[in-house]
Design a protein around this ligand. Structure first.
Ligand code: SF4
Ligand code: SF4
Length: 95
């Protein structure tokens, strides 16, 4: 598996929250602090991202979500070990 993690080695605990750099589109039922949101260029509401690329809700020291109990639906459904997850990890590891 050239340069890729072996699936059994994949864990959020060994990851720098790669998926928290992705665009998180908010759904109608999501209830996150307004200050952590932003509008995209099409007028949709998304999680705001800071200059470093990560979501505004991410604790930069622990790399954990500070609104875990209120995190958006997209974040809840993102699956550890999925092909998306593996791809994000690989992308962040590339020099
Ligand atoms: S789901 Fe995947 S990409 Fe997201 S933090 Fe966990 S291991 Fe990293
Ligand atoms: S809301 Fe939390 S889980 Fe979702 S992208 Fe932001 S930091 Fe990650």
């Amino acid at each position: 598996m050239s340069g890729m993690d072996h699936p059994s080695a994949i864990s959020c605990a060994t990851c720098r929250a790669c998926c928290c750099r992705l665009e998180v589109l908010l759904m109608g039922d999501d209830d996150v602090p307004v200050g952590l949101t932003a509008q995209d260029r099409w007028g949709g509401w998304v999680m705001r991202r800071l200059a470093d690329g990560w979501c505004a809700a991410l604790d930069r020291n622990t790399m954990l979500c500070t609104i875990y109990e209120r995190r958006p639906m997209i974040c809840r459904e993102y699956e550890m070990g999925s092909s998306d997850c593996i791809g994000e990890r690989a992308a962040l590891d590339r020099p």
